[in-house]
Ligand binder design. Sequence first.
Ligand SMILES: NC(=O)c1ccc[n+]([C@@H]2O[C@H](COP(=O)([O-])OP(=O)(O)OC[C@H]3O[C@@H](n4cnc5c(N)ncnc54)[C@H](O)[C@@H]3O)[C@@H](O)[C@H]2O)c1
Length: 329
Amino acid sequence: MAKRILITGAAGFLGSHLCDRFIKEGFEVIGMDNLITGDLRNIEHLIKNKNFEFHHHDITKFVHVAGELDYILHFASPASPIDYLKIPIQTLKVGSIGTLHCLGLAKEKNARILIASTSEVYGDPLVHPQNEEYYGNVNAIGPRGVYDEAKRFQESITMAYHRFHGLETRIARIFNTYGPRMRLNDGRVIPAFIGQALRGENLTVFGDGTQTRSFCFVDDQVEGIYRLLLSDYSDPVNIGNPHEITILDFAKEIINLTGTDQKIVYKELPKDDPMQRQPDITRAKEILNWEPKVSRAEGMKITYEYFKGLSDDELQKREHKDFSEHIRR
Ligand SMILES: NC(=O)c1ccc[n+]([C@@H]2O[C@H](COP(=O)([O-])OP(=O)(O)OC[C@H]3O[C@@H](n4cnc5c(N)ncnc54)[C@H](O)[C@@H]3O)[C@@H](O)[C@H]2O)c1
């Protein structure tokens, strides 16, 4: 019999790619999303698939799924700085109350649950690269604290369910991931640069551009998550691409890729923006026999071509999200 999996955040960037992967692997997939930052277009190709069903639901409200469940992938959460600065309370609620609901459901169904944590649990790291033993350097009351602390709470409550209830849990510490279907103009480097390139604008570099990032292509990320879910390892595992680049060099790569004559313009560095981000993926290599395979050149080409293929209307909708109906309380 096919295994059943619930994927929260299914209409988002990573969630939708995970739905695709689990459908491909022969699972019955239940996608759940309240569409606060997600988009039904990310999963519209699945709607008629007999192994897929979609539940439009806010997981900060009680979560119920009829029938058995083998696995839960908990990916619902605003994920980009612009999103979580605009909807800080929703971000804290989905990481705390939403996670509690998912863990409760996993316990009720005796399902294994994997939660999407983040490199942001390391904050502005004082060790480099970051391995899973590092406790982090987070400013709880800074603007990014709403996301970082929600995710740290999420990890903590997940380990408590594991230790106290014996629940089978997995924690993926996801580092910066990109690819088709990500939202444009959401405050992250790659969407920002691609959006500016498509609009023919200059590329904005914050600070002097010497800060570094490491970007993981979505197919590699999905493979890492898939292996972690099916592993028997319950401590956190970093999943990301360790190839580091400065933002300035990356801006130059984008200009090469797009073949345009864009200039680089500099703006002040936002508060608490990490200077360095690079995963140590020794654990993922050892435990999951996983490491990224897609080069930045290859991944960026696929991503850029995808966005170039969208109509102006589609691009507009991917850039601007109206949160008003979600922020009454
Ligand atoms: N993309 C990355 O580089 C990255 C890095 C680290 C961690 N993550 C984590 O991965 C997960 C997915 O990120 P993403 O980039 O796909 O973001 P996304 O914004 O594209 O997707 C998140 C999805 O969750 C949904 N959602 C949010 N609150 C909800 C709620 N209360 N109830 C139901 N659905 C809700 C949104 O509508 C959206 O579809 C997040 O948990 C994020 O923290 C992502």
